[in-house]
Design a binder for this molecule. Structure first.
Ligand SMILES: NC(=O)C1=CN([C@@H]2O[C@H](COP(=O)(O)OP(=O)(O)OC[C@H]3O[C@@H](n4cnc5c(N)ncnc54)[C@H](OP(=O)(O)O)[C@@H]3O)[C@@H](O)[C@H]2O)[C@@H](O)CC1
Ligand SMILES: Nc1ncnc2c1ncn2[C@@H]1O[C@H](COP(=O)(O)OP(=O)(O)O)[C@@H](O)[C@H]1O
Ligand SMILES: [K+]
Length: 494
């Protein structure tokens, strides 16, 4: 699913209006009806809705939503915030229509506001037409909305929130519990800085023309369930373990064999034909006992990796979980990079070694997948002002070195060498616990070993990892999830 800018969404609106054809008022009506349907599905008992409207099309939506709710017999109060004269044509048309049934309260100053004690607030003050920081009366109303204990649902986007960039600190923005957005997600929904101004978010179909969406160019996408299952390869009846590749996992050091074990078990549960782990000698018994399906090769050293095995026989290699950054490990890693030319997965300490020895970047095989969490990325690429800037830097590096980044987070961003960015929708805060990253490494290595193209391996791996986390959280609750639960909850069927 594409993520488009506000400007592109306006062009898309115009395209649908002239090509469907449909009037802009009808499109607003369609959006508002879809919103009402979604809104009502959120409440078992329908509450009193307090709808705060601006005077652009977002406010027009608010008025239409109020009318539709009232027509269905639901209790509604409407407030029109008079921060400017006039209003867009569709706002004005809906104002006439709503006036027949409901008497909106016109708010000219803060004193005009009577503040509700019960019910749900619908925020339809400003949408994607935000053009400047919010001030004056609008800011006062937003601050009052944020001070209430009532649930807040934003129409399309929280009022005051910029869809395409990160608002400067101090901007006045609604903090909704939930955002119900039209047709496509906004870029800001993917960024951790915007989370307080998004809440739970949901995208609803308002019948924008698909061909119009196709005409808009974007480098940003949301990976969706619908476009992934067909990518999962079927296992043929006559397939054998050789069909599914032989992965090598270079992982572990003294006291950190758990990381190797988690990666190995995740790899085994992700369809790989054969798995060999290369670990320091102290890891031999651990892996043989804890993951007996793994073949184990050991380094001459007891505690850290100091050399590499002959890597050429393997279909894919994952390096990093728990290996540490000992100088001898650096030499081993450097040797591995000079001996292996197929894409690898690099995680954890392999990334820290890259940060310490940046000259290694040039040696990375094309399409190598790097899976940094934000701190690892900062070590690797330097400090950035915010997550959007970090994504920009990752895009530059991905293009320069022809590599793939999985920037891990709540919406992990898979950044491809052609600069496209795919955000991931699955996963939950239960996964913010040690070892879940090691599990991701194992999954992606298994996919590479099975012959998935690296960009698909990265996107599919990240998606399935999050899905396993969601399944684990549904069974155990978020707080009870540990990394091993993700492995137990991996499913590769349709
Ligand atoms: N996408 C879709 O498919 C569909 C979209 N629809 C809906 O349309 C919404 C976008 O509507 P919109 O363009 O009229 O923008 P919206 O934000 O309501 O108001 C802009 C007005 O506010 C003003 N203004 C801006 N910032 C301000 C500030 N800080 N403080 C004060 N004023 C400020 C701005 O002033 P100006 O920039 O002109 O000076 C202008 O007058 C979209 O979010 C969705 O809800 C659906 O109806 C149909 C399908
Ligand atoms: N709030 C969250 N929502 C969704 N996924 C999350 C969240 N927090 C962490 N994760 C996921 O959990 C994993 C954590 O990886 P990482 O920080 O490398 O853990 P570790 O180093 O302990 O293995 C990443 O895949 C990340 O996307
Ligand atoms: K809004």
């Amino acid at each position: 699913m594409k993520i488009l800018s506000s400007k592109q969404v306006r062009a898309l609106d115009a395209y649908t209006i002239s090509n469907e054809p449909v009037s802009s008022w009808q499109l607003m009506e369609r959006a508002s009806r879809a919103f009402v349907q979604c809104l009502l599905s959120k409440f078992e008992e329908v509450p009193h809705f307090h709808i705060f409207c601006g005077k652009g099309n977002n406010g027009g939506d608010g008025l239409a939503i109020a009318r539709i709710l009232a027509e269905r017999g639901h209790p509604v109060s409407v407030y029109v915030v008079e921060y400017r004269e006039g209003g867009t044509p569709d706002f004005l048309e809906n104002l006439v229509k709503v006036g027949r049934h409901l008497k909106p309260k016109f708010v000219f100053s803060e004193e005009d506001l009577t503040w509700p004690e019960h019910g749900v607030i619908i925020d339809a003050l400003l949408g994607t037409g935000l053009s400047k920081p919010v001030e004056g009366l609008l800011a006062a109303v937003i601050l009052r909305i944020n001070a209430t204990r009532l649930p807040v649902v934003s129409v399309d986007i929280a009022s005051g929130l910029s869809a395409d960039r990160i608002n400067p600190a101090g901007d006045v923005i609604v903090r909704p519990d939930c955002t119900v957005s039209f047709q496509l997600p906004k870029l800001c929904f993917m960024l951790p800085e915007c989370a307080p101004y998004v809440g739970e978010w949901q995208v609803i179909d308002i019948g924008i023309l698909e061909e119009g969406i196709e005409r808009q160019y974007s480098d940003f996408f949301l990976t969706t369930r619908e476009n992934l299952p067909h990518l999962i390869k079927k296992r043929g009846k006559y397939s054998h373990k050789g069909t599914f590749g032989h992965a090598l996992l270079v992982a572990g050091s003294y006291g950190r064999m758990g990381a190797a074990m988690l990666s190995a078990r995740a790899c085994l549960r992700s369809g790989v034909g054969l798995l060999t782990a290369y670990v320091p000698r102290c890891g031999y018994q651990v892996l043989q006992t804890g993951a007996p399906e793994t073949m184990v090769l050991t380094d001459p050293d007891d505690e850290v990796l100091t050399s590499i095995p002959d890597a050429r026989q393997y279909s894919a290699i994952g390096v990093g979980p728990g290996i540490g950054t000992d100088e001898r490990t650096y030499y081993a890693f450097q040797m591995l990079l000079s001996n292996f030319s197929a894409p690898m997965v690099l995680d954890a300490d392999a990334l820290n070694l890259l940060a310490q020895y940046p000259e290694l970047m040039k040696m990375l095989p094309e399409n190598t997948i790097l899976t940094p969490h934000p701190r690892e990325f900062q070590r690797l690429a330097g400090k950035t002002a915010n997550s959007l800037e970090a994504i920009g830097v990752a895009r530059d590096l991905a293009e320069k070195y022809k590599i793939i980044f999985c920037l891990k987070g709540a919406h992990t961003a898979v950044v491809l060498p052609d600069r496209r960015v795919y955000f991931n929708p699955t996963g939950n805060p239960g996964m913010a616990t040690g070892g879940t990253g090691d599990v991701l490494t194992g999954i992606i290595v298994a996919l590479l070993a099975q012959g998935y193209a690296p960009d698909i391996a990265a996107r599919l791996g990240v998606f399935k990892h999050g899905e396993a986390g969601d399944r684990a959280a549904a069974i155990r609750s978020e707080a009870a999830v540990i990394a091993s639960d993700l492995i137990e909850n991996l499913r590769w069927g349709k």
